[in-house]
Write a protein that binds this ligand. Sequence first.
Ligand SMILES: Cc1cc2nc3c(=O)[nH]c(=O)nc-3n(C[C@H](O)[C@H](O)[C@H](O)COP(=O)(O)OP(=O)(O)OC[C@H]3O[C@@H](n4cnc5c(N)ncnc54)[C@H](O)[C@@H]3O)c2cc1C
Length: 382
Amino acid sequence: MTQPYTSPWMNPELEFFRDNVRRFFAEEMVPHQERWYAQHRVDRELWYKAGELGLLALDLPETYGGSGGNFAHLSVFFEEQAAVGDWGFGVQVHHIAAHYILNHGTEEQKQKYLPRMASGEMIGAIGMTEPGGGSDLQGIRTRAVRAGDHYVINGSKTFISNGAMADLIVLVTKTDPAAGSKGMSLFLVETADAEGFSVGRVLEKLGQHNADTAELAFQDVRVPAANLLGGEEGNGMRQLMSDLSYERVGCAVGACASIERAVRLTTEYVRERKTFGKPLLEQQNIRFRLADAATQATLARVFVDHCIQRMVEGNMDAVTASKAKLWTTETLCQVVDECLQMFGGYGYMMEYPITRMYADARVQRIYAGTSEIMKEIIARSL
Ligand SMILES: Cc1cc2nc3c(=O)[nH]c(=O)nc-3n(C[C@H](O)[C@H](O)[C@H](O)COP(=O)(O)OP(=O)(O)OC[C@H]3O[C@@H](n4cnc5c(N)ncnc54)[C@H](O)[C@@H]3O)c2cc1C
């Protein structure tokens, strides 16, 4: 028998928090999941309920309406979200948007936006990717031109999570196209009443159907100069780079919890399912494949726990975060594929969670920096 394993960063306070988060997902998410898959978004009320419970600004200081926790709280939230198979409630992107403001915003920007993001009054999104490209950030074309006390923004973005529902978009623009990475600036764009701003299609995806992933267009949108993040032009690239570990370790946490879920669901299934007069779990080939998957789950857990610990201590580095994102998301896709096979034809039926996991997992090797870009970052450090 294996010894029960407890993550080294867990403690009684986080256990209590986990119980509350689990209850939140069981009561507020699970009963509505099918409807949300069909409508391609969660209900707005979910955001307000999460805000009331302090789940929308978990690691933000209380002075800005946050819950005063740390990356461990966020990890518990992502783990419980993965445990109910949800990828649509865009709380991770919301936290990342809030972090840009917390880490780089002026005091006025922090006071104006963070409490409203914490309560759910404002849903955050991040607008980087454009139809012309996502990996090559310097190639973006969205332009912000100063005009008195405003900037005029023109351009388009695509694949934006929380895109259709967002009230506040951290928008990546070029303020000086000739200056390369030093010509990029981030703007806080309030979508309500923004003349010239429009939401295009909510995109039909392979998976993650309850996520609102949209196209956005900006046509002569006037944004007050006071909404330039940090108040100075040209800092966009530096600001974006500073928070990538936060995003990538967050992805790794969700991927790890999903690997564990896939192994759990499959073990339950092969114990029950009988072929040739005995449970599938008694067939050596099934046992060996599941043993491989369980070993991958343990490796993921140990690596991710190491990363969570370092995030909590504030000493994570970009290369390790990239390794975590790369390895856990690639492994997730392999493990879910193997597990799905053990379900036979039922593994192809949408009513089985493993099927949805297969479709939901695939994008994790693409967003938040593709696997190839992770390898580039890792290789540069060698
Ligand atoms: C569901 C979903 C949600 C998303 N949410 C957001 C969001 O909220 N905000 C946002 O801004 N973006 C979001 N994205 C966009 C996502 O981050 C991009 O799709 C991703 O960065 C890749 O960019 P791209 O699609 O333009 O592919 P490209 O950059 O065109 O890349 C195509 C392929 O070429 C490879 N490639 C590119 N450059 C290199 C290189 N130098 N070396 C080797 N291989 C290379 C890539 O790895 C990829 O395999 C989301 C995407 C999806 C699908």
